[in-house]
Ligand binder design. Sequence first.
Ligand code: URA
Ligand code: URA
Length: 267
Amino acid sequence: MSEKPPPNVARQLAQHLESLRNAGVEFVPGATPAEPRPAAPAPPRRLSGPTALPTVIPTLTVPMLQVEALPQDEAQQRIQQLANLAKQVARCVRCPHLASTRTQTVFGVGPLDPDLCFVGEAPGADEDRVGEPFVGAAGQLLTRIMIASGLSREEVFICNILRCRPPGNRTPTPEEAGHCREWLEKTIALVRPRFLVAWGGTAATNLLGTTVGITRLRGKFYDYKGIPVLCTFHPSALFHAPEKKKDVWEDMKTLMARLGRPIPGKA
Ligand code: URA
Ligand code: URA
């Protein structure tokens, strides 16, 4: 592929990189780790190459399209469906108290057909302001965990149980999670990840429909509509309970082993 990308793709890529930088990402790996590496020194990253390109759809940050991985029209159709879904979400008033206090909805971001879709709890103040999940302090910690595991943010689809910020960052109520469930289910159905990761008790219990606590759920795989779900502690939990870091690290090793992907420097 040697075609030059249209100028808006370059601009969108620049914006996406800027948002990654704001999220604490200081470097972006030059190639998707799952791809076989050439024996010769890696060629410079090309915008039109097999790496993910961001596609920003008006009013939302939706997905990066992996151009060569999918037939264009099939991918475009799913991107369009995600964009339509995000428009519906942006108008959602099922939880009037959340709709009246949010700055904007936080739909989710990432590529189609990823190895991983991460599900967190709900947007916080930073996410409510920026419109992207996990861009605040917890997001920066999440980014560090990802990079240590050999994952880049741009290869993972990231969303939450809720699309609105609960005032004061309180835990979502079961009613709120129920209202938002349709958006979560439709998003996952369109994104089609190989694996899901539920970060924290709110994500795990709502995704799996269980009342079992995260301490018992973590480190193991469960099923969501045929997609394996790994549960682990929420990054925010690590701020107050740093002893849980080793558990999250164990869980990331379990996950990467199941994906068949090496952890950097741990071969
Ligand atoms: N590498 C990154 O890109 N971000 C971090 O926060 C730490 C390491
Ligand atoms: N915590 C979450 O669970 N989700 C976000 O998007 C940000 C912080």
